[in-house]
Each structure stands twice: as C-alpha cells, then as structure tokens.
Design a protein around this ligand. Structure first.
Ligand code: ADE
Length: 238
C-alpha cells in the first residue's frame, strides 16, 4: 500500500519509523510519503492560509498549495491505483473498524491534514469531481489539526494489512472485530497482590473458557457501550 500525507508539520510523522509500522515500511508492505504543504507555495513567507471569505474568526487554508501538492502526489502515485483522498475533519463521517478494514484493501491513500479553521471548500469539490474524497472524523471532539487523526487512522489501517501483524489470529479476537468489546486478558502469576486469575482460565476446559470469554464480552459491552450490542443480545440478561 502507498500512503501519502500532506501536512505543515511533516516531523510529526517521524514516529512512523518505529514500531510495527516502521517494520512494515522496511519490509516494503507500506510505502510512505510525507509532504510539506509549504513546499507548494511560491511566496517569501510560504503562506498556506488567509482570512475567511465573508468574514469571521480564524484562518482558512488556501486552495492553491493544496492543488499543487495533491496534483503532484496523484501524478506520481501507482498507476491504475484509483487513489482515495481522506481529509480528517470533525465534520466528517465517523472512523471505525469497518472503515479501517475497507481502507486496508486500498492501494493508494492520500491524507490531507488541515489546520486552522479548515481548508477552502473548493479543494474538496475539485478532487471529489475527479475521484474519491472522504471527510473522516475520529470522534465528536475537536483537535487542533488533522495530524493526530491521521496517525490514528494509519495505525488502525496499517495493522490490518496482511503481513504487518505477525500473528493474524491476534487480530480476530480484538474489540470491534466481532461487534463486541474484547474480553479481559490475564497472564502469570496466578495470584498477584491477592488478585487471582479467574480459575476457569486455568481449567484447561477450552469450551468453558470460550463461553466465559464471550460472557465477559457481552457484559462489558452492555456496561460501557450498550449502543454496540446486537439486538438479539439487548433484551436478554446473560
Ligand atoms: N480535525 C480536528 N478535529 C478532528 C476530529 N475530531 N477528527 C478528525 N480530524 C479532526
């Protein structure tokens, strides 16, 4: 997968050199390009923003640098990749595990990190007319810019690319993969500060362990995220 990021804070993404995603890049599973939006300006001050048309507070990101940056990235991208451009925005559709799975199948994702009060609407309109553009929100709160949101999305998507996570089975039993939150995990020692690992997990009875874990998932989901519970589990207690 090829990932390009446009940002005014390219250093922000230096951390993608480390951990699982750094390894995935070294192995050639993920190819990453980080582009400084200011490199696509032509004035002495590398201006990327201006006052809002119609007045109001804050600054809006100018369309010209965005156009030059996105054109050059799309032109240089993998041939016949049908790229998708994602702009993180609190006004976007909610990012979730389903979207992460869909994005993990893409060949070329371009992330555009907005700052200030946003990006001139014509940038979205221009690229939506030419291809696939999505505004995507991490949640119902406001960040200063898209960088943190893009980092979160890249981590969620990157680990679903085949080969990135060493043991693919570890992906199956996580929160959100089966629509429920994950069950609590324990390891040795059997007793720590008088707190015991639940005996069922030490019983060797795999059927009982699977049943206990499922019950824990349902109970935890009912308690903290009742909105996620499938309807057949909503009515019954158990
Ligand atoms: N940029 C600012 N706030 C955001 C949010 N909640 N999600 C994604 N991008 C954002």
């Amino acid at each position: 997968m090829r990932i390009d990021i446009v940002t005014i804070f390219p250093e922000f993404f230096d951390v993608l050199d480390i951990s699982l995603l750094g390894k995935a890049r070294a192995n050639g599973l993920i190819e990453l390009g980080v582009h400084n939006l200011r490199d696509f300006t032509h004035d002495r001050h590398n201006t990327v923003d201006d006052t809002p048309a119609g007045g109001g507070a804050g600054m809006v990101m100018k369309p010209e640098p965005w156009g030059e940056a996105l054109d050059s990235i799309l032109d240089a991208g993998p041939a016949d990749a049908d790229p998708i451009i994602i702009f993180p925005s609190p006004a976007g559709v909610r990012f979730d595990q389903k979207m992460a799975r869909e994005l993990a199948d893409e060949q070329h994702i371009v992330f555009g990190c907005g700052r200030y009060e946003g990006i001139d609407q014509r940038v979205f309109d221009e690229y939506a007319a030419r291809g696939r553009v999505r505004l995507v929100s991490l949640g119902d709160y406001v960040l200063n810019g898209g960088e943190v949101a893009v980092m979160a999305m890249i981590e969620a998507v990157g680990r679903l690319i085949p080969g990135v996570v060493g043991n693919p089975e570890s992906l199956v039993e996580e929160s959100h993969e089966d629509g429920l939150l994950e069950y609590p995990s324990y390891t040795k020692p059997a007793v720590w500060r008088e707190r015991e690992v639940p005996p069922v997990l030490r019983s060797g009875d795999h059927g009982a362990i699977a049943r206990w874990r499922h019950e824990q998932q349902v109970e935890r989901t009912r308690r903290v995220r009742p909105d996620l519970l499938p309807t057949e589990l909503q009515a019954s207690e158990g």
